[in-house]
Design a protein around this ligand. Structure first.
Ligand SMILES: NC(=O)c1ccc[n+]([C@@H]2O[C@H](COP(=O)([O-])OP(=O)(O)OC[C@H]3O[C@@H](n4cnc5c(N)ncnc54)[C@H](O)[C@@H]3O)[C@@H](O)[C@H]2O)c1
Length: 428
């Protein structure tokens, strides 16, 4: 079964490699020619995927990258892994899926399987995507071609999370569509979890990410409540997680980041309105989580105040730009919100992140484009009025930080194992 994977990002690339290593010939397709060129030169553009592994799969002949969608004629299955962001009104933007659908439709042939993996609201596969595929090809889903949804469960930066061993939920437009999709994924994934429809599979992914968003909001709220009571929420969570049943630890932070947790629940909120339903839990969690940067900035202000300094004019180093530890992905990172807020209040802001050496141009953070990470250097670090730990990469030497920095605001409990001076570290 030669398979095309469209969208060679954080999801599509590891998936392509898993198939390629398991005997499925993969044609990787992306509109970003820089990514295609990089892969064809054996170079990776994702930190946790090495260039050696790119070279290895390229040399095996089981994978090649291209921007030529007419090559879809060569394959019997297409998997779509393109972005599903929110637009500026925080509504789902499925235009990437629809554009991809149009590109595929022109070359769709009888008997082909199309699977969507991008996170989205229930109905996207069997309504929106089906429509563009049918109109563009003149073929009928479930009769002439197969259609399915299978949500991605990528956990970037987690070395124990490998595509092949994470159970994969699969829902088909018809039972035959589901069977075809199960057959394809079985080649690379150990455990397949078939469900009765595309919509159930779509809803499953939204449940998983909403569950995270709500639980993170809960601990974020408790962080503020317990802090007012002079109780350390981190110690509370460490104690609670010794309970062997009925509890699962979630950790507070400076706000949500990444391409999934801050976004996906709002896909459900939007779709629910069509059915006259309200997603109050999601809204409340969103409210709490988005208020976190303000809470953190208040703590920064308090910490500076204690040293008779104002936020305005103070120099602040934000440590960690990526949205979570040990990755190079800084999309939707709360660090940006913090930098923005501190900058607007008159602070002089710099950042340190070993995985994000320079800020790339983006629509959302245009004026930070080109800003470079500072060096990890004693004199330089000591020159800041305050260091704000936003992301706790494992590679950072926190003991050195404790020795060099005068004042540290820690949103991740990164300083827990270091020896520090009284009043030096403020949890936030
Ligand atoms: N990153 C994660 O950890 C993660 C985890 C689970 C689910 N997801 C979901 O997976 C989907 C993809 O996320 P990602 O993180 O891989 O995104 P990404 O931005 O890393 O990669 C998407 C790729 O799609 C390409 N692309 C965009 N439009 C295209 C088009 N019309 N044709 C071909 N290629 C196109 C882009 O150039 C990019 O390379 C999203 O729906 C996301 O919510 C992501």
């Amino acid at each position: 079964m030669k398979t095309a994977i469209v969208g060679l990002g954080y999801v599509g690339l590891p998936l392509s490699f898993e198939f390629a290593r398991n005997g499925v010939t993969v044609l990787g397709l992306d509109i970003d020619t820089a990514k295609v060129d990089s892969l064809n030169q054996g170079k990776s553009y994702i930190k946790h995927i090495s260039s050696e592994s790119v070279g290895e799969v390229m040399r095996s002949g089981a994978f090649c990258a291209s921007s030529d969608f007419s090559r879809i004629r060569e394959v019997s299955a297409v998997i779509i892994c393109v972005p599903t962001p929110l637009n500026k009104n925080r509504e789902p933007d499925i235009s990437y899926i629809l554009e991809t659908g149009k590109s595929i439709a022109r070359y769709l042939q009888k008997g082909m399987l199309v699977v969507l993996e991008s996170t989205t609201y229930p109905g996207t596969t069997d309504e929106d995507l089906r429509e563009v595929l049918e109109i563009g090809s003149g073929l009928v889903a479930g009769k002439d071609f197969h259609l399915a949804f299978s949500p991605e469960r990528e956990d970037p930066g987690n070395p124990n999370s490998k595509v092949g061993i994470i159970p994969k939920v699969v829902g088909g437009y018809t039972p035959e569509c589901a069977a075809k999709a199960v057959e394809l994924y079985s080649k690379a994934v150990k455990t397949i979890v078939p469900v009765s429809s595309c919509r159930v599979a779509e809803a499953t992914k939204l449940l998983e990410n909403t569950f995270r968003s709500i639980n993170i909001a809960l601990v974020n709220e408790l962080k503020m409540v317990y802090s007012a009571m002079n109780i350390d929420v981190w110690e509370v969570i460490a104690a609670a997680k010794t309970k062997p049943f009925g509890f699962m630890p979630f950790y507070p932070g400076p706000g949500l980041g990444g391409h999934c947790i801050p976004i996906d629940p709002f896909y459900l909120t939007w779709k629910a309105r069509e059915y006259g339903q309200h997603t109050r839990f999601i809204e409340l969690a969103g409210e709490i989580n988005t208020s976190m940067p303000s809470y953190v900035v208040n703590r920064v202000t308090d910490a500076l105040n204690e040293r008779a300094k104002a936020l305005k004019g103070s120099s602040i180093l934000v440590l960690g730009l990526a949205y979570k530890p040990n990755v190079d992905d800084e999309r939707e990172s709360p660090s940006y919100f913090l930098m923005e807020m501190l900058h607007h209040r008159g602070a002089k802001v710099a950042y340190y992140d070993p995985y994000v050496p320079v800020i790339k141009p983006t629509r959302e953070h245009a004026h930070w484009a080109g800003t470079k990470s500072i060096e990890w250097d004693r004199k330089l670090i000591a020159s800041f009025d305050l260091v704000l730990i936003s992301t706790n990469h494992d590679s950072v030497n926190y003991q050195q930080l404790a020795e060099w920095a005068d004042c540290i605001v820690d949103t991740r409990n990164a300083m827990a194992k270091t020896s520090t001076r009284p009043g030096q570290v403020w949890k936030a």
